[in-house]
Design a binder for this molecule. Structure first.
Ligand code: ADP
Length: 394
């Protein structure tokens, strides 16, 4: 590997990083890690691609995103190949209507991204913190912002619209969709895994702590289950997914809850955690004999089945399903249940292939094929950085 690209993914309490080595168009992860519990007792860990721990550090009191970023950068710089660090890519949740592809960041772009904070107040400020820190700490290091919304930007207007008055929708209230970097990474793999699906109609299920699905026609997003925010669509670890907006009105009217209270309920106390009362983590629920864990799993699968029907309608049929992210890549039980919920579409699951994670998990005569494909959001960001930087060269 001649040079490297650092990828940063900053959340409210953690900073994840990975260092991708690059040799021409060949790219591979050299190391990855994170600093978590930023606001309490931060813990830094870095691992080789094979999972071997290569560095660790603990702090006894909170550190800010600035210090966390400086630490991750210093560590990455100590490990870059001889060609040096070409640039840094950031996962940014919201690009609004103007940022429809990756962009090199300067002070002006940062200001434009800060103006989008009201669209994603729980995520955008944290995503931007390392960008701001690095513009100050290492102004000559190229930075590229990559957006979770961008992949969905070309959807038909009708798929993005809400049935609200123009005075509201004109101010940016529409369905943006998220997990776009994950979907883009899957779209990039389809040609090699399933060329017919690559040219045809595919429903990709990104099932992690956050969960959504994307209807893709010829590798492009035509519909997705998340909307204006990452709260919509499927139930998630702690997020409710779609609920009747009338419930929100009722919570405020009859329960006397204010906006922050409703926000906390829907983002942090609902989903798998809320229904089970046990955990947001699918592994814990699968291992539990408590009927409430089973009820949470049943609801998760039922809602996925309903959303698959909606996505199939948007596509006018389905050629393939793809499972990805933590649950999609690792839970044979959830995949089998989802495939059975999609039997009416022509999905015939192969339990033996599914138990060993495929990659193909349907029987040879299944009209609709189902696959397990690992997502690679970091790799996608690194490729975006390489192409944005290549465009800037004379
Ligand atoms: P994030 O959205 O935070 O990136 P991930 O994609 O890592 O999350 O997914 C986390 C989810 O994947 C958790 O619910 C976790 O329990 C689940 N998961 C990971 N491994 C397994 C497994 N072997 N079986 C079932 N669920 C799993």
């Amino acid at each position: 590997m001649r040079s490297a690209i650092l990828v940063l993914n900053a959340g409210s309490s953690s900073l994840k990083f990975s260092l991708c080595g690059r040799d021409g168009s060949a790219m591979r992860t050299l190391l990855h890690g994170q600093i978590d519990a930023l606001a309490a007792t931060p813990h830094f860990v870095a691992k080789e691609a094979d999972g071997t721990t290569i560095a660790e550090k603990r702090w006894t009191s909170a550190i800010g995103h600035d210090d966390a970023t400086a630490h991750a950068l210093a560590f990455a710089l100590s490990r870059v190949p001889e060609g040096g660090l070409e640039g840094i890519g950031h996962r940014v949740v919201h690009g609004g209507s103007s940022f429809v592809g990756p962009v090199r960041v300067d002070a002006g772009v940062l200001a434009a991204l800060e103006a989008l904070v009201p669209l994603a107040p729980l995520h955008q400020p944290h995503n931007l913190a390392p960008i701001r820190a690095l513009l100050a700490q290492a102004p000559d290091l190229p930075q590229v912002a990559c957006f979770d919304t961008a992949f969905h930007h070309d959807q038909p207007a009708v798929a993005r619209a809400y049935a609200l008055p123009a005075r509201i929708t004109d101010r940016g209230v529409c369905r943006y969709g998220f997990h776009g970097l994950s979907y883009e990474s899957i779209a990039g793999r389809l040609a090699e895994v399933d060329p017919d699906a690559d040219r045809g109609r595919t429903i990709v299920l990104h099932l992690g702590n956050g969960a959504s699905l994307c209807a893709m026609a010829a590798g492009r997003s035509v519909a997705t289950s998340m909307g204006f925010t990452a709260l919509d669509g499927l139930p998630m670890g702690t997020r409710s997914g779609a609920i009747d907006p009338g419930v929100v009105l009722h919570l405020m009217d009859a329960f006397g809850m204010d906006v922050r209270g409703v926000e906390h309920l829907l983002y942090h106390e609902s989903g798998l955690l809320g229904v089970s009362g046990i955990a947001s983590d699918m592994r814990v629920l699968e291992a539990s004999a408590d009927p409430r864990a089973a009820a949470a799993i049943d609801l998760f699968v039922y809602r996925i089945g309903r959303e698959i029907g909606s996505a199939a309608a948007a596509l006018g049929g389905v050629d393939a399903l793809v499972f990805t992210a933590g649950i999609g890549e690792h839970s044979a039980r959830i995949r089998e249940a989802v495939c059975r919920a999609a039997e009416w579409l022509g999905v015939v699951v192969d339990p033996a292939a599914n138990a060993t994670h495929g990659p193909r998990i349907t029987k040879p005569d299944s009209r609709v094929r189902a696959w397990v494909i690992p997502t690679d959001e970091e790799g996608m960001i690194a490729r975006h950085v390489a192409s944005v930087l290549a465009m800037g060269r004379p």
